[in-house]
Design a protein around this ligand. Structure first.
Ligand code: NI
Length: 262
């Protein structure tokens, strides 16, 4: 299989310290044509950008994750502006709200989220949104800014998906659709129009069934694609091609480079 686009990864994570280069260099052999590696704070965004420079098929999203919102200081915006000048930065992410862990106070999460949405609008960049148990506040804030972007690892209902789609947002689906108790993700998976669907792993997390417990990487994405093909009554090739096209469109990626990594 070729033409597989993983729109959400964390290859800077310690879980990849032992074999990062071997793994990333081998991705094209598994059919991966594009990867968007997401930042969680300034330092991680910088590392993410360095990976994007090393591997032609890796692109960077830069941003402050809601978990890190309380730790970011007022200079974060000037760092972000600097990153955005780089041609391998294709989005701001991951940004949003997380009321499951509440690692940062909610008012701080909202403030940092808003500041980054403003920046995304200023530079006309898409956003990669993290929303965990914060659906109504996330939607309300997105409604204020109406950015281009994707709700990653979508965990809401069909109704919430409908609201997100009406704002022009894409729906990112990953390993959760393969989990044994998946019900809502599957309802959403069969509902989303094919031109608004993105595939992702969120690796090293969210490893698809039956490999849960193992470290995830982009090659596992075909298991998720298989499940989506099943519930949508189509074939896996169609899912992979369509979601890769959608990713290129949203993130404004014109050409796929086939160069060997440096
Ligand atoms: Ni993530």
């Amino acid at each position: 299989m070729k033409n597989i686009f993983d729109t959400h990864t964390h290859y800077t994570d310690n879980a990849f310290d032992e074999d990062r280069h071997e793994l990333l260099a081998s991705l094209p052999e598994t059919g991966i044509c594009g990867v968007i590696n997401c930042g969680t704070d300034i330092r991680d965004s910088e590392t993410s950008l360095a990976l994007a420079h090393k591997y032609p098929y890796i692109y960077a999203a830069v941003g402050i994750h809601p978990h890190e919102a309380a730790k970011s200081n007022s200079s974060f915006l000037s760092f972000m502006r600097c990153f955005i000048e780089d041609e391998k930065v294709v989005a701001l992410g991951e940004i949003g709200l997380d009321y499951h862990y509440d690692f940062s106070p909610r008012d701080v999460q909202k403030q940092i989220f808003r500041q980054q949405l403003e920046l995304a609008k200023e530079y006309d960049l898409p956003v990669i949104i993290h929303d965990r148990e914060a659906h109504s506040d996330t939607l309300a804030i997105l409604n204020e800014f109406k950015p281009k972007g994707v709700l990653h690892c979508f965990s809401g209902s069909v109704e919430f998906a409908r609201d997100a789609l009406s704002l022009g947002l894409y729906i990112g689906l990953g390993g959760a659709v393969t989990f044994k108790n998946a019900k809502r993700p599957l309802e959403v998976a069969s509902f989303v129009p094919s031109d608004m669907l993105l595939l992702e792993t969120d690796c090293p997390y969210m490893t698809p069934h039956p490999h849960r417990g193992k470290r995830c990487d982009s090659s596992f994405i075909t298991i998720t694609a298989q499940k989506l093909a099943e519930v949508r009554g189509t074939d896996v090739r169609q899912i992979l091609n369509q979601t890769a096209d959608n990713a290129r469109k949203l993130f404004n990626i014109k050409e796929q480079s086939n160069e060997k990594p440096k």
